[in-house]
Write a protein that binds this ligand. Structure first.
Ligand code: ZN
Length: 208
């Protein structure tokens, strides 16, 4: 049994969404492409030419990771403009967006109004209040390695509606199966139920 890894940076993982590095080439399995906030520079024209081309590829499942990061040097208003450009691309291609966010979760919420496709907050590791605020606005959450040890995060995972989440390894080196097993235990559901639900959630964000 293989388990879908919603967001990852491992070129050898085929069952998941591989995040292509900036200016990287398309691959023949599902991928996402975007400008991580740390990739923003003073001139992003070339990056957007690359992005507009690569995102048309049939294996491009999602736009991103992109978003807002309170820890990078780039001015927040510039980050917002760049994020908005990703939303325009996602809207025109009808593809979901994988969001990277550090310390700016509430700043994301206004973007819900302009985005016409699903917004998935990857690597979610904030508290219940932030989770609830995002879920209320119809964001989905993707959980990673932190769930294995973080008890308050486990509480969020226990209560999240089944159609609202994904699981991922991101850049961490561990077996995604361990995360699926942990989620099955936390939610008192079978591994098969979790796996089927994640596949359904994927189907929903890709095809509506
Ligand atoms: Zn990542």
């Amino acid at each position: 049994m293989t388990y879908f890894d919603f967001h990852h940076h491992h070129i050898n993982t085929k069952n998941g969404i591989y995040n292509i590095p900036l200016f990287g080439n398309a691959v023949d399995f599902p991928f996402s492409a975007g400008l991580h906030p740390k990739d923003i520079s003073s001139n992003n024209d070339e990056a957007f030419l690359w992005l507009e081309e690569i995102t048309k590829n049939i294996n491009c499942f999602a736009i991103g990771e992109c978003g807002l990061d309170g820890l990078v040097e780039i001015d927040l208003e510039i980050q917002k403009k760049i994020f908005q450009k990703h939303i325009v691309i996602a809207n025109s291609l009808k593809k979901p967006i994988i969001i990277h966010c550090v310390r700016k979760h509430y700043d994301l919420i206004p973007f819900r109004k302009i985005a016409k496709t699903p917004l998935i907050m990857h690597g979610f590791n904030k508290n219940t209040a932030v989770a609830d605020a995002l879920l209320k606005e119809d964001f989905l959450l993707s959980f990673g390695k932190a769930v294995l040890h973080n008890v308050s995060l486990q509480e969020i995972v226990k209560n999240i509606p089944k159609e609202k989440y994904f699981l991922e390894t991101d850049d961490a080196d561990f077996d995604i199966e361990n995360l699926y097993e942990k989620i099955a235990e936390i939610r008192s559901e079978s591994l098969k139920t979790i796996k089927n639900q994640i596949n359904k959630n994927l189907e929903f964000i890709i095809n509506g």
